[in-house]
Design a protein around this ligand. Structure first.
Ligand code: SF4
Ligand code: SF4
Length: 83
C-alpha cells in the first residue's frame, strides 16, 4: 500500500483495457468509458505494471512530487495560478 504512489491515466488513453487485465490486484475498472483506479492507495509502492503494458504511453504516476503531476500532464500547468 502506498500513500504517494498511484496511477494517473492520461487523455490519450484508448480504453483498450490491457491495463485492467494486467493489474495484479484488480484495481482498475472501466467506468463511464474512463479507466478508473478503484483505490489508488492500494497500489503497491512503485508498481508500474499498468504503465508497462500500455502501448500508448497513457499511464503516468503520482509519486508525491509536483514534478510527477507536471509529467502526467505534459509538463505544462494550465491552472493560471503561477506567475
Ligand atoms: S493500457 Fe493504456 S490505453 Fe489501454 S486502457 Fe490502459 S491506460 Fe488506456
Ligand atoms: S499501479 Fe499496479 S496496482 Fe496500481 S493500478 Fe497500476 S497495475 Fe494496478
Amino acid at each position: 500500500m502506498a500513500d504517494n504512489w498511484y496511477p494517473i491515466i492520461k487523455g490519450n488513453c484508448t480504453r483498450c483495457k490491457q491495463c485492467i487485465e494486467k493489474c495484479p490486484i484488480q484495481n482498475m475498472t472501466l467506468v463511464n468509458n474512463q479507466i478508473t483506479i478503484n483505490n489508488g492507495f492500494e497500489c503497491p509502492d512503485g508498481c508500474e505494471d499498468c504503465k508497462d503494458i500500455c502501448e500508448y504511453s497513457a499511464v503516468s504516476y503520482y509519486d508525491g512530487t509536483d514534478e510527477s503531476i507536471m509529467n502526467a500532464f505534459g509538463g505544462e500547468c494550465h491552472c493560471h495560478n503561477h506567475k
